[in-house]
Design a binder for this molecule. Structure first.
Ligand code: ADP
Ligand code: MG
Length: 379
Protein backbone atom coordinates (compact mmCIF):
# COMPACT_ATOMS: atom_id res chain seq x y z
CA UNK A 1 0.00 0.00 0.00
CA UNK A 2 1.28 3.44 -0.89
CA UNK A 3 0.31 5.89 1.81
CA UNK A 4 0.26 9.69 1.86
CA UNK A 5 2.37 11.81 1.67
CA UNK A 6 4.07 9.63 -0.97
CA UNK A 7 4.57 11.10 -4.42
CA UNK A 8 2.58 9.48 -7.22
CA UNK A 9 2.86 10.21 -10.92
CA UNK A 10 0.45 10.76 -13.78
CA UNK A 11 1.41 10.59 -17.43
CA UNK A 12 -0.52 13.20 -19.38
CA UNK A 13 -1.56 16.59 -18.15
CA UNK A 14 -5.02 17.44 -19.47
CA UNK A 15 -8.20 17.92 -17.46
CA UNK A 16 -8.39 14.24 -16.55
CA UNK A 17 -4.92 14.54 -15.04
CA UNK A 18 -5.92 17.73 -13.30
CA UNK A 19 -8.79 16.02 -11.50
CA UNK A 20 -6.49 13.13 -10.63
CA UNK A 21 -4.09 15.61 -9.00
CA UNK A 22 -6.91 17.28 -7.08
CA UNK A 23 -8.27 13.95 -5.85
CA UNK A 24 -4.78 12.81 -4.81
CA UNK A 25 -4.16 16.07 -2.98
CA UNK A 26 -7.36 15.59 -0.99
CA UNK A 27 -5.93 12.32 0.24
CA UNK A 28 -2.61 13.93 1.09
CA UNK A 29 -0.41 12.66 -1.75
CA UNK A 30 2.12 14.67 -3.68
CA UNK A 31 1.72 14.43 -7.44
CA UNK A 32 4.11 14.66 -10.34
CA UNK A 33 2.76 15.27 -13.85
CA UNK A 34 4.61 14.44 -17.06
CA UNK A 35 3.39 16.43 -20.05
CA UNK A 36 5.44 18.06 -22.81
CA UNK A 37 3.01 21.01 -22.88
CA UNK A 38 4.22 23.74 -20.52
CA UNK A 39 0.64 25.00 -20.25
CA UNK A 40 -0.61 21.62 -19.01
CA UNK A 41 -3.69 22.17 -16.86
CA UNK A 42 -2.72 19.27 -14.60
CA UNK A 43 0.81 20.63 -14.38
CA UNK A 44 -0.64 23.92 -13.07
CA UNK A 45 -1.98 22.24 -9.95
CA UNK A 46 0.64 19.50 -9.48
CA UNK A 47 3.52 19.55 -7.00
CA UNK A 48 5.86 19.01 -9.89
CA UNK A 49 5.41 19.26 -13.64
CA UNK A 50 8.05 17.61 -15.79
CA UNK A 51 7.96 19.22 -19.21
CA UNK A 52 9.37 16.52 -21.45
CA UNK A 53 8.37 14.08 -24.15
CA UNK A 54 6.63 10.89 -23.04
CA UNK A 55 9.63 8.84 -24.14
CA UNK A 56 12.34 11.06 -22.66
CA UNK A 57 14.57 8.61 -20.80
CA UNK A 58 15.88 11.17 -18.34
CA UNK A 59 12.34 12.19 -17.43
CA UNK A 60 11.29 8.55 -17.04
CA UNK A 61 14.30 7.78 -14.85
CA UNK A 62 13.45 10.78 -12.71
CA UNK A 63 9.85 9.56 -12.36
CA UNK A 64 11.06 6.07 -11.47
CA UNK A 65 13.28 7.55 -8.78
CA UNK A 66 10.70 10.01 -7.41
CA UNK A 67 7.29 8.34 -7.66
CA UNK A 68 5.96 5.41 -5.65
CA UNK A 69 3.63 4.46 -8.53
CA UNK A 70 2.37 5.95 -11.76
CA UNK A 71 -0.86 6.05 -13.73
CA UNK A 72 -1.99 7.58 -16.99
CA UNK A 73 -4.73 9.96 -18.05
CA UNK A 74 -4.11 9.80 -21.79
CA UNK A 75 -4.32 6.59 -23.79
CA UNK A 76 -1.72 7.62 -26.31
CA UNK A 77 1.18 7.47 -23.86
CA UNK A 78 3.63 5.19 -25.67
CA UNK A 79 3.09 1.70 -24.24
CA UNK A 80 6.89 1.27 -24.27
CA UNK A 81 7.08 4.11 -21.73
CA UNK A 82 4.73 2.20 -19.43
CA UNK A 83 6.76 -0.99 -19.93
CA UNK A 84 9.95 0.87 -19.10
CA UNK A 85 8.53 2.42 -15.93
CA UNK A 86 7.05 -0.92 -14.89
CA UNK A 87 10.62 -2.21 -14.57
CA UNK A 88 11.02 0.20 -11.64
CA UNK A 89 7.68 1.12 -10.06
CA UNK A 90 4.05 -0.09 -10.18
CA UNK A 91 2.31 1.14 -13.34
CA UNK A 92 -1.48 1.01 -13.23
CA UNK A 93 -3.17 0.32 -15.61
CA UNK A 94 -0.59 -2.02 -17.10
CA UNK A 95 1.13 -1.40 -20.42
CA UNK A 96 -0.55 -4.34 -22.17
CA UNK A 97 -4.03 -2.98 -21.37
CA UNK A 98 -3.14 0.50 -22.58
CA UNK A 99 -1.53 -0.93 -25.72
CA UNK A 100 -4.83 -2.62 -26.64
CA UNK A 101 -6.95 0.46 -25.94
CA UNK A 102 -4.74 2.79 -27.97
CA UNK A 103 -5.26 0.89 -31.19
CA UNK A 104 -8.72 0.21 -32.60
CA UNK A 105 -7.50 -2.92 -34.37
CA UNK A 106 -6.02 -4.48 -31.26
CA UNK A 107 -9.12 -3.43 -29.35
CA UNK A 108 -11.43 -5.16 -31.82
CA UNK A 109 -9.23 -8.25 -31.89
CA UNK A 110 -9.37 -8.35 -28.09
CA UNK A 111 -13.19 -8.09 -28.17
CA UNK A 112 -13.41 -10.80 -30.80
CA UNK A 113 -11.12 -13.09 -28.80
CA UNK A 114 -13.36 -12.75 -25.76
CA UNK A 115 -16.58 -13.05 -27.73
CA UNK A 116 -17.73 -9.57 -26.77
CA UNK A 117 -20.26 -7.99 -29.16
CA UNK A 118 -18.92 -4.88 -30.89
CA UNK A 119 -19.34 -2.82 -34.02
CA UNK A 120 -17.66 -5.08 -36.55
CA UNK A 121 -15.13 -3.57 -38.89
CA UNK A 122 -12.59 -4.21 -41.59
CA UNK A 123 -8.92 -3.41 -41.23
CA UNK A 124 -7.80 -0.99 -43.91
CA UNK A 125 -4.09 -1.12 -44.59
CA UNK A 126 -4.04 -0.40 -48.32
CA UNK A 127 -6.39 0.73 -51.08
CA UNK A 128 -7.00 -2.88 -52.05
CA UNK A 129 -8.75 -3.45 -48.71
CA UNK A 130 -11.26 -0.76 -49.65
CA UNK A 131 -11.69 -2.04 -53.20
CA UNK A 132 -12.48 -5.48 -51.78
CA UNK A 133 -14.84 -4.18 -49.06
CA UNK A 134 -18.44 -5.44 -49.27
CA UNK A 135 -20.94 -2.79 -50.34
CA UNK A 136 -23.04 -3.78 -47.30
CA UNK A 137 -20.56 -1.94 -45.05
CA UNK A 138 -21.63 1.42 -46.54
CA UNK A 139 -22.52 3.98 -45.38
CA UNK A 140 -19.54 3.46 -43.12
CA UNK A 141 -17.11 5.32 -40.91
CA UNK A 142 -13.43 5.12 -41.60
CA UNK A 143 -11.38 5.67 -38.45
CA UNK A 144 -7.66 5.98 -37.87
CA UNK A 145 -6.55 2.90 -35.93
CA UNK A 146 -4.70 5.04 -33.43
CA UNK A 147 -4.51 8.59 -32.10
CA UNK A 148 -8.08 9.72 -32.90
CA UNK A 149 -10.23 11.42 -30.25
CA UNK A 150 -13.34 13.60 -30.00
CA UNK A 151 -14.43 12.49 -33.46
CA UNK A 152 -11.07 13.51 -34.94
CA UNK A 153 -9.42 11.02 -37.28
CA UNK A 154 -12.72 9.70 -38.58
CA UNK A 155 -14.86 10.30 -41.61
CA UNK A 156 -18.27 9.12 -42.74
CA UNK A 157 -18.05 7.50 -46.17
CA UNK A 158 -21.00 6.66 -48.40
CA UNK A 159 -19.16 4.40 -50.82
CA UNK A 160 -15.81 3.00 -51.87
CA UNK A 161 -14.65 6.11 -53.68
CA UNK A 162 -15.31 8.27 -50.62
CA UNK A 163 -13.52 5.68 -48.52
CA UNK A 164 -10.49 5.83 -50.84
CA UNK A 165 -10.46 9.62 -50.60
CA UNK A 166 -10.70 9.56 -46.80
CA UNK A 167 -7.95 6.93 -46.54
CA UNK A 168 -5.69 9.06 -48.69
CA UNK A 169 -6.54 12.12 -46.54
CA UNK A 170 -5.36 10.07 -43.57
CA UNK A 171 -2.06 9.58 -45.43
CA UNK A 172 -2.85 5.88 -45.88
CA UNK A 173 -2.20 5.23 -42.20
CA UNK A 174 -3.74 2.04 -40.76
CA UNK A 175 -7.50 2.47 -40.37
CA UNK A 176 -10.62 0.51 -39.62
CA UNK A 177 -13.85 0.76 -41.58
CA UNK A 178 -17.05 0.31 -39.58
CA UNK A 179 -20.60 0.19 -40.75
CA UNK A 180 -22.42 3.37 -39.71
CA UNK A 181 -25.05 2.08 -37.34
CA UNK A 182 -28.48 3.46 -36.60
CA UNK A 183 -28.00 4.07 -32.89
CA UNK A 184 -30.88 3.91 -30.43
CA UNK A 185 -28.62 5.67 -27.91
CA UNK A 186 -25.14 5.50 -26.39
CA UNK A 187 -23.97 4.69 -22.87
CA UNK A 188 -20.72 4.29 -21.01
CA UNK A 189 -19.84 2.16 -18.04
CA UNK A 190 -17.11 3.51 -15.79
CA UNK A 191 -15.62 1.21 -13.18
CA UNK A 192 -12.72 1.07 -10.79
CA UNK A 193 -10.89 -2.20 -10.21
CA UNK A 194 -8.33 -2.86 -7.50
CA UNK A 195 -5.39 -5.23 -7.30
CA UNK A 196 -7.48 -7.98 -5.71
CA UNK A 197 -10.02 -7.78 -8.54
CA UNK A 198 -12.74 -5.99 -6.57
CA UNK A 199 -14.85 -3.82 -8.83
CA UNK A 200 -16.85 -0.69 -8.06
CA UNK A 201 -19.24 0.39 -10.83
CA UNK A 202 -20.40 3.96 -11.21
CA UNK A 203 -23.98 4.50 -12.34
CA UNK A 204 -24.14 4.01 -16.10
CA UNK A 205 -24.18 7.26 -18.09
CA UNK A 206 -26.17 7.94 -21.25
CA UNK A 207 -24.22 10.04 -23.71
CA UNK A 208 -25.23 12.48 -26.40
CA UNK A 209 -22.63 13.55 -28.93
CA UNK A 210 -22.50 16.53 -31.24
CA UNK A 211 -20.12 16.40 -34.21
CA UNK A 212 -18.46 13.33 -32.70
CA UNK A 213 -17.73 15.13 -29.40
CA UNK A 214 -19.45 14.30 -26.14
CA UNK A 215 -22.05 16.98 -25.43
CA UNK A 216 -24.24 15.76 -22.56
CA UNK A 217 -24.03 12.79 -20.17
CA UNK A 218 -26.97 11.84 -18.01
CA UNK A 219 -26.28 9.63 -15.00
CA UNK A 220 -28.01 7.27 -14.42
CA UNK A 221 -28.88 6.51 -18.04
CA UNK A 222 -32.61 7.21 -18.44
CA UNK A 223 -33.21 4.98 -21.47
CA UNK A 224 -31.29 1.93 -20.26
CA UNK A 225 -33.42 -1.01 -19.12
CA UNK A 226 -32.18 -3.08 -16.18
CA UNK A 227 -31.29 -6.16 -18.19
CA UNK A 228 -29.03 -4.17 -20.54
CA UNK A 229 -27.48 -2.37 -17.59
CA UNK A 230 -26.59 -5.68 -15.99
CA UNK A 231 -25.20 -6.97 -19.26
CA UNK A 232 -23.16 -3.79 -19.90
CA UNK A 233 -21.66 -4.06 -16.41
CA UNK A 234 -20.91 -7.73 -16.91
CA UNK A 235 -19.08 -7.00 -20.17
CA UNK A 236 -17.14 -4.09 -18.68
CA UNK A 237 -16.13 -6.18 -15.68
CA UNK A 238 -15.08 -9.00 -18.00
CA UNK A 239 -12.91 -6.62 -20.07
CA UNK A 240 -11.24 -5.23 -16.96
CA UNK A 241 -10.65 -8.72 -15.58
CA UNK A 242 -9.18 -10.09 -18.81
CA UNK A 243 -6.83 -7.12 -18.92
CA UNK A 244 -5.76 -7.47 -15.26
CA UNK A 245 -6.77 -3.87 -15.12
CA UNK A 246 -6.06 -1.77 -12.04
CA UNK A 247 -7.54 1.71 -11.94
CA UNK A 248 -10.50 3.54 -13.46
CA UNK A 249 -11.66 2.34 -16.86
CA UNK A 250 -14.54 3.25 -19.17
CA UNK A 251 -16.27 1.29 -21.89
CA UNK A 252 -18.41 3.12 -24.46
CA UNK A 253 -21.36 1.15 -25.80
CA UNK A 254 -23.75 1.62 -28.68
CA UNK A 255 -27.30 0.39 -28.33
CA UNK A 256 -28.49 -0.41 -31.84
CA UNK A 257 -31.64 -2.39 -32.58
CA UNK A 258 -31.93 -3.04 -28.86
CA UNK A 259 -28.49 -4.73 -28.82
CA UNK A 260 -25.43 -3.70 -26.82
CA UNK A 261 -22.25 -3.27 -28.83
CA UNK A 262 -18.91 -2.17 -27.41
CA UNK A 263 -17.66 0.93 -29.22
CA UNK A 264 -14.34 1.59 -27.51
CA UNK A 265 -12.42 1.16 -24.27
CA UNK A 266 -10.72 4.02 -22.42
CA UNK A 267 -7.87 3.00 -20.08
CA UNK A 268 -8.47 6.00 -17.84
CA UNK A 269 -11.25 8.09 -16.33
CA UNK A 270 -13.72 9.31 -18.93
CA UNK A 271 -15.44 12.56 -19.83
CA UNK A 272 -18.81 10.85 -19.36
CA UNK A 273 -17.78 10.13 -15.76
CA UNK A 274 -17.36 13.78 -14.81
CA UNK A 275 -20.73 13.85 -13.06
CA UNK A 276 -19.18 11.45 -10.53
CA UNK A 277 -17.13 14.37 -9.15
CA UNK A 278 -20.22 16.05 -7.77
CA UNK A 279 -22.85 13.31 -7.72
CA UNK A 280 -21.02 10.27 -6.29
CA UNK A 281 -19.57 9.56 -2.86
CA UNK A 282 -16.21 8.75 -4.48
CA UNK A 283 -15.46 10.21 -7.91
CA UNK A 284 -13.85 8.34 -10.78
CA UNK A 285 -10.63 10.21 -9.94
CA UNK A 286 -10.65 9.36 -6.26
CA UNK A 287 -11.11 5.72 -7.25
CA UNK A 288 -8.17 6.01 -9.64
CA UNK A 289 -5.98 7.27 -6.78
CA UNK A 290 -7.23 4.54 -4.44
CA UNK A 291 -6.66 1.76 -6.98
CA UNK A 292 -3.21 3.09 -7.86
CA UNK A 293 -2.14 3.25 -4.24
CA UNK A 294 -3.65 -0.06 -3.16
CA UNK A 295 -6.18 1.60 -0.85
CA UNK A 296 -9.64 0.07 -0.45
CA UNK A 297 -11.99 1.30 -3.17
CA UNK A 298 -14.48 3.97 -2.16
CA UNK A 299 -18.23 4.11 -2.68
CA UNK A 300 -19.07 4.69 -6.34
CA UNK A 301 -22.78 5.15 -5.74
CA UNK A 302 -24.49 8.42 -6.57
CA UNK A 303 -26.25 10.55 -3.97
CA UNK A 304 -28.05 12.42 -6.75
CA UNK A 305 -28.59 12.03 -10.43
CA UNK A 306 -26.17 14.18 -12.41
CA UNK A 307 -26.44 15.86 -15.77
CA UNK A 308 -23.08 16.82 -17.21
CA UNK A 309 -22.78 19.30 -20.05
CA UNK A 310 -19.45 19.95 -21.77
CA UNK A 311 -18.32 23.51 -22.34
CA UNK A 312 -16.43 23.69 -25.60
CA UNK A 313 -14.43 26.67 -26.80
CA UNK A 314 -17.30 27.47 -29.16
CA UNK A 315 -19.12 29.09 -26.24
CA UNK A 316 -16.44 31.75 -26.17
CA UNK A 317 -17.35 32.72 -29.75
CA UNK A 318 -21.09 33.21 -29.67
CA UNK A 319 -21.24 35.69 -32.54
CA UNK A 320 -20.34 35.49 -36.16
CA UNK A 321 -17.75 38.27 -35.72
CA UNK A 322 -15.21 35.82 -34.22
CA UNK A 323 -14.75 37.93 -31.08
CA UNK A 324 -13.82 36.09 -27.92
CA UNK A 325 -16.40 36.65 -25.17
CA UNK A 326 -16.69 35.13 -21.76
CA UNK A 327 -19.85 33.08 -21.30
CA UNK A 328 -22.28 34.47 -18.75
CA UNK A 329 -21.06 32.61 -15.68
CA UNK A 330 -23.16 34.50 -13.11
CA UNK A 331 -26.33 33.66 -15.06
CA UNK A 332 -25.33 30.01 -15.23
CA UNK A 333 -24.42 29.96 -11.55
CA UNK A 334 -27.85 31.31 -10.68
CA UNK A 335 -28.91 27.66 -10.89
CA UNK A 336 -28.07 26.60 -7.33
CA UNK A 337 -27.68 22.90 -8.05
CA UNK A 338 -25.23 23.59 -10.85
CA UNK A 339 -21.54 22.87 -10.38
CA UNK A 340 -19.29 24.79 -12.75
CA UNK A 341 -15.90 23.37 -13.69
CA UNK A 342 -13.36 25.30 -15.73
CA UNK A 343 -10.11 23.61 -16.55
CA UNK A 344 -7.78 26.62 -16.58
CA UNK A 345 -7.06 26.46 -20.31
CA UNK A 346 -5.88 29.82 -21.56
CA UNK A 347 -6.93 29.62 -25.15
CA UNK A 348 -10.51 28.80 -26.10
CA UNK A 349 -10.72 27.11 -29.49
CA UNK A 350 -13.76 25.68 -31.24
CA UNK A 351 -14.17 22.03 -30.24
CA UNK A 352 -11.71 22.37 -27.34
CA UNK A 353 -12.98 21.11 -23.99
CA UNK A 354 -12.68 24.16 -21.73
CA UNK A 355 -14.82 22.93 -18.86
CA UNK A 356 -18.16 21.38 -18.03
CA UNK A 357 -21.01 21.83 -15.64
CA UNK A 358 -22.96 19.26 -13.74
CA UNK A 359 -26.48 19.80 -12.55
CA UNK A 360 -27.38 17.77 -9.51
CA UNK A 361 -30.88 16.86 -10.46
CA UNK A 362 -31.98 14.83 -7.44
CA UNK A 363 -34.76 12.52 -8.57
CA UNK A 364 -35.81 14.78 -11.42
CA UNK A 365 -36.04 12.99 -14.75
CA UNK A 366 -36.65 15.78 -17.22
CA UNK A 367 -33.03 16.16 -18.12
CA UNK A 368 -33.64 17.63 -21.60
CA UNK A 369 -35.54 20.56 -20.13
CA UNK A 370 -32.93 21.05 -17.40
CA UNK A 371 -30.17 21.21 -20.01
CA UNK A 372 -32.16 23.58 -22.22
CA UNK A 373 -32.78 25.96 -19.31
CA UNK A 374 -29.09 26.00 -18.39
CA UNK A 375 -28.03 26.55 -21.99
CA UNK A 376 -30.35 29.54 -22.30
CA UNK A 377 -28.59 31.18 -19.39
CA UNK A 378 -25.19 30.52 -20.86
CA UNK A 379 -25.68 32.33 -24.14
P1 ADP B 1 -13.70 8.94 -30.40
O1 ADP B 1 -12.38 8.30 -30.12
O2 ADP B 1 -13.59 10.21 -31.11
O3 ADP B 1 -14.58 9.00 -29.17
P2 ADP B 1 -15.66 7.02 -31.40
O4 ADP B 1 -15.32 5.83 -32.21
O5 ADP B 1 -16.14 6.79 -30.02
O6 ADP B 1 -14.37 7.96 -31.44
O7 ADP B 1 -16.72 7.87 -32.19
C1 ADP B 1 -17.27 9.09 -31.71
C2 ADP B 1 -18.78 9.09 -31.87
O8 ADP B 1 -19.14 8.94 -33.27
C3 ADP B 1 -19.47 7.93 -31.20
O9 ADP B 1 -19.66 8.18 -29.81
C4 ADP B 1 -20.77 7.87 -31.99
O10 ADP B 1 -21.65 8.90 -31.61
C5 ADP B 1 -20.30 8.14 -33.39
N1 ADP B 1 -19.95 6.86 -34.05
C6 ADP B 1 -18.75 6.26 -34.06
N2 ADP B 1 -18.77 5.09 -34.72
C7 ADP B 1 -20.04 4.91 -35.13
C8 ADP B 1 -20.72 3.87 -35.88
N3 ADP B 1 -20.07 2.79 -36.32
N4 ADP B 1 -22.03 4.05 -36.14
C9 ADP B 1 -22.70 5.15 -35.71
N5 ADP B 1 -22.12 6.15 -35.00
C10 ADP B 1 -20.80 6.04 -34.71
MG1 MG C 1 -15.52 7.52 -28.20
Amino acid sequence: MILPPATIGVLGGGQLGRYFVLAAHKLGYRVLVLDPDKQSVAGQVADEHIIAAYDDVNALNYIAATCAAVTTEFENIPADTLDYLAGHIPVRPNAAAVRICQNRRLEKRFLLTHDIPHATSLNITCEQDILLSPTSIYPGIIKLASSGYDGKGQQIVENKSEALAAFSQFNSQPCVLEKKLELDYEISVVLARDEAGNIAFFPVAQNLHKHGILDVSVMPAPALPDDLKTEAERITGLIAGKMDYIGTMAVEFFIAGGQLLVNEIAPRPHNSGHATIDACYSSQFEQQVRALCGLPLGDSRAHSSGIMVNLLGDHWYPDSDDQVKTPDWPALLSIPSLKLHLYGKEEPRPGRKMGHFTILAGQSTDWAEIVATARQKLS
